[in-house]
Design a protein around this ligand. Structure first.
Ligand SMILES: *Cc1c(COP(=O)(O)O)cnc(C)c1O
Length: 476
């Protein structure tokens, strides 16, 4: 840095306002009323620090905003941050289980049950007829047994927690046998080898990436074995010259050698999804029927319920898992239990589940219906959106959520383009709109999919597009 620029920035730095001065401005006094003194002080300090760093790097005499302008910036930054917390979003991405958008939307009855549990007291650990203390999730667990054919069930906070609890209970200080082909990463830091190590177990990989036989498992079982783990590689597929043993054969081996066989099912379908078309995922009851000792899966993936991890299987193992100290750290709250119970009840009638659980409805919507909805919305938009061209086009939707990401579902989308405006600008306006809309920008087109939208949201999307295009036009 030359001498001149140093003196530029030195004199500029002297012009920076103090925190106290800024907080004294009308805008920040008002902001203190809304967001509290502490938040305003922190935001003001951050803003001044940021400005100082910018000035230090400047080559030319920079302009320092007026106190009032700076205070206004800080206040609107705070307001934006406040509004940005867990806002409702219309998911127009076509990804049905979008982890960034909270995975599965709940069925109406599940949301109502959660609300009721949240607003008052409920008998989460009390048997009302006898007045005795009861097990927290007994009702839910009974339903899970009914739906999967398992002897016992246990519910925890999520499937990563379920996997950890199972490994900690059965395999801490011992070996876990896993096929090379299943040493996968699910995403978000969930890597099977690391998970096993973090619960104090030792990984014993067997077989090869593409082929593993029952014999490979049989040879690896020994004094040190804590469990045999099978992982459903939800987001990864080995194709071609492959082999993996039937669950039944592995279960027979595990039984003979008196070693527990545990199965991370991942997305955990309770019913056979192939009836809805292309999606074929292992079903929890099949794993139980094959003789797996403990099967675990997510509650907020294909099941379509609240975030939770579900463990089902043989009673003696489930009881050991439930008694482990970690179980307490992973327990679910009454709101989750209420929502999960209401969701599971719907599965007593698969048709009821299909109609009431949004995810199942999305998955089973006929292509023609999506196409017709998309075309109807497109024709309404064409007559209202000036400067924008609205087309419909064949597209794909995805299950997502770490399960079947590459399994595409045939679908239709709105394709919106403009010669006058930039589609990125439109996408940004939609994201900050009310409600927020998240779509995809692909090859200069804004693609909006109705596949993961409830029917009543079509009109909201129409309104959001009109508002965003008006705001874009008036800003130019
Ligand atoms: C998604 C997934 C997990 C993690 O489940 P969460 O409910 O997100 O904690 C673990 N294992 C497999 C195979 C998965 O697909």
């Amino acid at each position: 840095m030359s001498k001149d620029t140093t003196s530029f920035s030195n004199s500029a730095l002297r012009g920076l306002p103090s925190i106290a001065k800024l907080i004294d401005t009308e805008a920040l006094q008002e902001a203190s009323q809304r967001f509290g003194q502490a938040a305003v002080t922190t935001a003001t300090r951050e803003a001044i620090d940021k400005l100082r760093r910018e000035l230090q790097g400047e080559q030319h005499m920079p302009e320092i905003p007026s106190h009032a302008a700076l205070a206004n910036q800080i206040a609107s930054g705070l307001a934006l941050r406040e509004e940005n917390v867990l806002r409702p979003v219309i998911n127009a991405t076509g990804i049905l289980l979008h982890t960034g958008l909270g995975r599965a939307p709940l069925a109406k009855v599940a949301a109502e049950a959660a609300e009721q549990a949240a607003r008052g007291y409920c008998n989460v650990e009390l048997d009302l007829p006898s007045g005795q203390r009861s097990q927290r999730s007994q009702v839910v667990e009974r339903l899970l047994c009914e739906l999967t054919g398992a002897e016992a069930a246990h519910v925890v906070n999520n499937n990563a927690g379920a996997a950890g609890l199972v490994l900690a209970t059965l395999a801490a200080g011992r070996e876990v046998i896993v096929s090379h082909g299943e040493l996968i990463e699910i995403g978000g830091g969930f890597r099977v080898p690391d998970v096993i190590a973090s619960y104090g177990a030792k990984l014993r990989p067997v077989g090869t990436t593409n082929r593993t036989r029952v014999d490979d498992y049989a040879r690896a079982i020994g004094e040190q074995t804590g469990a045999v783990l099978v992982v459903h590689p939800s987001n990864y597929r080995v194709e071609g010259f492959t082999h993996r043993p039937e669950l039944r054969a592995l279960a027979a081996l595990a039984r003979e050698r008196e070693i527990p066989l545990v199965h991370d099912l991942g997305s955990g379908a309770l019913i056979d999804f192939s009836q809805f078309g292309s999606v074929a995922e292992p079903v929890a009851s099949e794993s139980v029927a094959a003789g797996v000792d403990l099967t675990f899966f997510s509650g907020d993936k294909l099941l379509g319920g609240p975030q939770s991890g579900i463990i089902v299987g043989r009673r003696s193992y489930v009881e050991r898992v439930a008694r482990h100290p970690l179980s307490r750290a992973l327990r679910v709250d009454k709101i989750t239990l209420a929502a999960l119970h209401a969701t599971l009840k719907l599965y007593r009638s698969p048709e009821e589940a299909r109609q009431s659980i949004p995810l199942l409805r999305f998955l089973s919507t006929p292509l023609e219906t999506i196409k017709a909805r998309t075309e109807e919305l497109a024709s309404r938009l064409r007559s209202q959106l000036r400067d924008w061209d609205t087309q419909t086009q064949a597209d794909e939707a995805f299950v997502g959520g770490g399960s079947l990401p590459q399994q595409a579902i045939p679908s239709w989308s709105l394709a919106i383009t403009s010669s006058a405006h930039c589609v990125e600008g439109m996408a940004q306006r939609l994201r900050v709109g009310e409600p927020a809309v998240v779509g995809r920008v692909q090859q200069e087109q804004l693609l909006l999919s109705l596949h993961a939208m409830l029917e009543e949201q079509d009109e909201q999307l129409e309104q959001a597009l009109l508002t965003a295009s008006q705001s874009l036009a008036s800003a130019e």
